[in-house]
Design a protein around this ligand. Sequence first.
Ligand code: CTP
Length: 244
Amino acid sequence: YANGTAAAAAVELASPTAARQPFVIGVSGGTASGKTTVCDMIIQQLHDHRVVLVNQDSFYRGLTAEESARAQDYNFDHPDAFDTEQLLECMGQLKRAQPVNVPIYDFKKHRRCSESFRKVNASDVIILEGILVFHDQRVRNLMDMKIFVDTDADIRLARRIRRDTVERGRDISSVLDQYGRFVKPAFDDFVLPSKKYADVIIPRGGDNHVAVDLIVEHIRTKLGQHDLCKIYPNVHVVQSTFQV
Ligand code: CTP
């Protein structure tokens, strides 16, 4: 297996609990880069496995009434805008194969729905998606695979204008103002520097079917190893190679 034959594996004795851990994929990239589309394509192709999507957006801190009144001055693109401790707690539970209640975030009101949650069940694959999921080392450490969706800034801005005016109740002027004051500077300061942590960089986002096919192939190889671990619980796959 050392010289590159596809999907070859070596096995060794290991703890049976290692076998039950889900495979965690992080998907990052700038605003409106097509992260959700890439995740949906992966989920669709892995229809024969249990896959769940967790959005970093769900962990936005709710604004106080005072902050909400001046929402145009709030930086939603700074790492502090998220409750990362709660995200870590939820991801930790999912990694331990326990179900969790994920908050539901309202982009129009800038706060969480206080009554309802989305129940996420234990799964084979967990995809964590968001602009800053590679920023915190503790979050990165949860991931078995990191994907960065790389889409031109002008295409992202055009998509963002369309989405925010149609789906998030904004007007064009406020979208452009927010983009110049907060979104672009935070992309340069936090999102782009976190690209170096990616294992795979997908140019053109959801338009890149070849990249998504290759990624899914790799995930299947890894899940095959997991399945092997389930059949032989004290067998742990230690090395594999995947070659195109
Ligand atoms: N945001 C906002 N108002 C809020 C909370 C967040 O405008 N109350 C914006 C932030 O400015 C941030 C963006 O939401 O830039 C994060 O969402 P984004 O990554 O654009 O959404 P996705 O649908 O995940 O993106 P993609 O198109 O890549 O799937």
